[in-house]
Design a protein around this ligand. Structure first.
Ligand SMILES: Nc1ncnc2c1ncn2[C@@H]1O[C@H](COP(=O)(O)OP(=O)(O)OP(=O)(O)O)[C@@H](O)[C@H]1O
Length: 239
């Protein structure tokens, strides 16, 4: 049996006057691409922040089966540093030759080789997100967390970036967790999709990664229907 990379067991998160999460249970396995979808306020970003250890759960536990697992997050806001060149943004301005070479190779990988010496504000939205992805990948993370990374892009660029990110993650066999409102995006990019509703994960479906448009549409429709109609008390999945 394959050991999960990450297990969430009855995870809860209480803020002063709000229960954001109350019973989150799931496993993520090495190399898979998982998407968390759901309506606004359901708890998706809170789950991501807990996994990234930006906050601590107030109940249950989050277990990394290999304690050396490194995690990187890519956010909707690219968080690039405007005063550094694109290359410096991903090499963290390191003078180390190996690091610089790797940064250049990473720029090639994301199709930005010719923009090494220009600055983030000279890039398009999609290019900025590719640079942000390159920066996240520089650390060779075992787990990549994507927090609505394509939310600010126009529809066409977004579609291109979905394929681009899914391909890079597959090529690098990177374990990836994507948070998105976009059901079609989740179905299109993910191996598995979890629906998060009212602080818990209420449903799990196979995604439609690398499938034809009709399959993506069918999977999206099913997920959307769960988001709209699943009772808040539905049993959470535990795989
Ligand atoms: N720091 C906080 N203090 C108090 N309540 C919070 C805090 N962060 C989140 N919440 C609440 O927890 C719930 C879940 O929020 P969360 O941001 O995780 O939802 P989400 O599904 O990611 O929503 P969205 O898609 O709009 O980002 C919401 O009701 C939110 O108001």
């Amino acid at each position: 049996m394959i050991e999960p990379l990450l297990t969430l067991e009855q995870v809860g998160k209480k803020y002063a006057n709000k229960i954001a999460l109350h019973d989150v249970n799931f496993n993520i396995y090495p190399g898979e691409f998982v998407a968390l979808v759901g309506m606004s306020g359901g708890g998706k970003s809170t789950i991501l922040r807990l996994i990234a250890q930006l906050e601590q759960p107030t109940g249950g536990r989050i277990k990394f089966h290999d304690e050396t697992t490194t995690v990187r997050v890519m956010f909707q806001n690219d968080r690039l540093l405007p005063w550094m060149t694109n290359l410096e943004n991903i090499s963290f301005n390191s003078k180390n030759k190996v690091q610089q070479k790797r940064a250049q190779a990473m720029l090639n990988e994301v199709g930005l080789a010719e923009f090494a010496d220009s600055y983030p504000n000279q890039l398009s939205g999609g290019q900025k997100q590719r640079l942000a992805l390159a920066r996240a990948l520089m650390a060779k993370p075992k787990l990549l967390l994507l927090d609505e990374p394509l939310g600010a892009l126009d529809a066409l660029t977004r579609r291109k970036m979905q394929a681009f990110i899914a391909d890079i993650c597959a090529k690098q066999q990177l374990t990836t967790l994507l948070i998105t409102h976009d059901v079609d995006e989740a179905a299109r990019m993910a191996d598995r999709v979890f629906v998060v509703k009212d602080g818990t994960n209420v449903y799990e479906a196979d995604g439609a990664k690398n499938q034809d448009a009709a399959t993506i549409a069918t999977v999206s429709e099913r997920i959307l229907s769960v988001i709209l109609h699943a009772p808040a008390t539905a049993a959470s999945v535990n795989r």
